[in-house]
Design a protein around this ligand. Structure first.
Ligand code: MIC
Ligand code: SF4
Length: 646
């Protein structure tokens, strides 16, 4: 029986467990990436493990999220990360060099290699045939120290692409269509593998848009084959030597299959407030808009920017619309400057932002009250833009640019003939903003530069014999990490200060939560399905840990968040019968007796006694052997220290 591409890469990297779907496996990690919003913590954790030099083939630390530098905190974090990188064998991509995923694809990604990144959009690397997975910072720290990365051996979904996109229909529309079919939780436990004749009609940046936003499916990752198109892209990046051809075997067996005829797709938009709330322009109707933002790791490649520049050339942005554009990397921005396309953007009235995440994570450019904003980004969760009642639509760069001119949501096919947009034969290569680490023998000369806002990892405790605690919060379905631990200009600077950032935990849902949790001392959170979807930020587990949360009981979890809870030593529980969710109210006193013994003895089913109403509720605690040991130790950091000590 033949293998899928995913299985081939996993097989070549398998270091623990067997390739049996649904079972936990450990894979060797070739490359890691971090960004600054998760990176400071990841490097504090790496330091705590006491490993002198990274053991990966390549590790890169990017600065791209917190570049507003409102106050000293962000700049201190940058300096800290830069110094850790220099000392411990990590390449450092300085602020201004671009968004981690865009730069990594351009300069470091290698087909067939494994990459984990402390950012949920790490699957961007799947665009060149990497097995690239988003993870919590602590998992990345462990991988830098040479440890394996653990995932549930995934089911593989084949997305069979046929035909060719029609003019002005974009790669963004492909992934929006997949989201429409599968929903934001349809990818949990799965890898999405793209195959078929249609693949070769898509360029690498287009493929990367698709794998990038596969994160919104909840998928482990998404991957394209590595073919002549990949080779050409790497050649243009002067990295042809890292290319290898890769594809699934013709007789590979998949768990699910989706067929998409590219030539039948139409321009789509994800409507507020979920990336899977997808409609066509026609279905949405004439929608007047206030703002357009173009950029983010999903749509900020040179190809995207050239299309936008073409659409804007010689025109002026509609008087009621504010247009902001953030090219994805220094390479992209530089090339736009060199070929004159930047002048087209500026002349049309675009507000050019630095090459960074910017408005995607609420770092500036929040829309006006109730403002309607079209964004080429990947997430439109309520409040993420920084405006509580902002209405965010996720669209392609083509639709964004066309709409910026007309002032309402516009089908880009109205633009008429589309010229052929070609990638250059050679990109402008200049890695002068990537600082290499010092050689190992000089590492002692590098001083680690800490600022006063950089605090340590919160206190952890081994799993208690019993959990006896009140429900400090009850929430519904599809709670995102942006609900649990919001980002934005006010809160992101606190990423290296858990006590401070915890004051904002769940503030979107209930401003009183931190105070209540602290006064309870220890507590339990109850939630619905797909709890913790979205970001990889481990702060969504570390803040609850700091606030005394001992367990989270929900209908179902998103993959990365569940792993982050375990890493933080918080027990992840699911209802055996989803309907029992209704039995528990906020404030109820819950008791889970003998929880430690149960974990030690491999009991996957526990009973929660609701002391307030006397009900007994069966819950599941499905942990692999490794996860059990992590839970018993009080979290991954304690567990890793124990292992290294052995
Ligand atoms: C995001 O898009 O939400 C982020 C900000 O990139 C996060 C990481 C973070 O919270 O720092 C992600 O997607 O993992
Ligand atoms: Fe940055 Fe937005 Fe991409 Fe997250 S989704 S990495 S915030 S650009």
């Amino acid at each position: 029986m033949g293998l899928t591409l995913t299985e081939k890469i996993i097989k070549a990297h398998l270091v623990d467990g067997e390739m049996v779907k649904g079972q936990e496996i450990g894979i060797r990690i070739d490359q890691t990436l971090t960004q600054d919003a998760t990176g400071t913590m990841a490097y504090i954790e790496f330091e705590a493990m006491g490993v002198p030099r990274v053991k990966t083939e390549r590790s890169v630390a990017y600065i791209d999220h917190n570049t507003l530098q409102n106050g000293f905190m962000n700049a201190d974090d940058h300096r800290f990360i830069g110094s850790v990188a220099k000392k411990h064998g990590i390449y450092f991509s300085r602020p201004g060099n671009g968004i981690c995923h865009q730069v990594h694809l351009e300069r470091f990604g290698i087909p067939g290699k494994t990459l984990i990144g402390s950012d949920s959009h790490t699957p961007t690397g799947g665009g060149i045939g990497m097995l690239a997975i988003g993870a919590g910072g602590l998992d990345v720290a462990v991988a830098m120290g040479g440890g394996a990365y653990y995932i549930t051996c995934p089911k593989i979904v084949k997305v069979n692409l046929t035909g060719k996109l029609r003019p002005w229909v974009a790669a963004k529309d492909v992934i929006l269509q997949v989201l429409r079919i599968m929903s934001v939780k349809g990818g949990v436990g799965k890898v999405i593998e793209y195959t078929g004749e249609g693949v070769k009609t898509l360029s690498v940046p287009e493929r990367a848009t698709i794998t990038n936003m596969g994160a919104e499916l909840g998928a482990t990752t998404s991957v394209f084959p590595s073919d002549e198109v990949t080779k050409q892209f790497l050649k243009a990046q002067k990295r042809e030597e890292v290319w290898t051809p890769l594809a699934a075997d013709p007789d590979a067996v998949y768990d699910e299959e989706i067929n998409i005829d590219l030539s039948e797709l139409v321009p789509l938009a994800a409507c507020p407030h979920s990336p899977d709330n997808v409609k066509s322009v026609e279905e949405i109707g004439k929608l007047k808009i206030d703002q357009v933002c173009i950029g983010s790791c999903t749509n900020s490649s040179l190809l995207d920017m050239l299309k936008v520049a073409h659409i804007l050339r010689g025109k002026t942005v509609h008087p009621d619309v504010s247009l902001a554009i953030a090219p994805g990397s220094k390479q992209v921005l530089n090339m736009l400057a060199m070929n004159g396309a930047l002048a087209d953007l500026i002349s049309a009235g675009a507000r050019i932002l630095e090459s960074a995440c910017g408005p995607c994570i609420g770092m500036g450019q929040s829309p006006n009250s109730k403002g309607i904003s079209l964004r080429t980004f990947n997430r439109n969760f309520l409040g993420r833009s920084g405006t509580k009642d902002g209405q965010i639509y996720l669209v392609s760069p083509e639709m964004a640019a066309a709409s910026a001119l007309t002032g309402y949501l516009t089908d880009p096919r109205e633009l008429g003939d589309m010229p052929e947009f070609k990638l250059p034969e050679v990109f402008n290569i200049n890695d002068n903003m990537i600082v290499p680490p010092v050689p190992a023998e000089e590492m002692d000369s590098v001083e680690i530069l800490r600022g006063p806002n950089i605090k340590g990892y919160p206190e952890t405790k081994p799993l208690a014999e019993d959990i006896d605690a009140a429900v400090s919060l009850k929430v519904g379905d599809n709670i995102t990490t942006d609900h649990i631990m919001p980002a934005g200009a006010k809160i992101l600077p606190l990423r290296s200060n858990i006590p401070e950032i915890s004051e904002h935990c769940f503030e979107v849902c209930d401003e009183k939560f931190p105070e209540r949790a602290k006064s309870l001392g220890k507590s339990i959170i109850v939630g619905g399905s797909n709890y913790g979807q979205g970001s990889s930020r481990e702060h969504a587990a570390l803040a609850p840990l700091y606030l005394g949360v001992k367990a989270v009981l929900v209908k179902s979890f998103a993959r990365i968040h569940r792993a982050n809870l375990i890493n933080a030593g918080i027990l992840p529980l699911t209802f055996k019968n989803e309907a029992d969710y209704d039995l528990i109210a906020q404030g109820d006193e819950l008791v889970i007796s003998g929880v430690r013994k149960a974990v030690e003895n491999d009991l996957a089913e526990l009973t929660v006694l609701d002391k307030t109403n006397g009900k007994e509720i069966p819950v599941l605690c499905e942990l692999s052997g490794r996860m059990k040991n992590i839970m018993l130790a009080g979290g991954l950091l304690d567990y890793t220290r124990e292992q290294l000590g052995k």
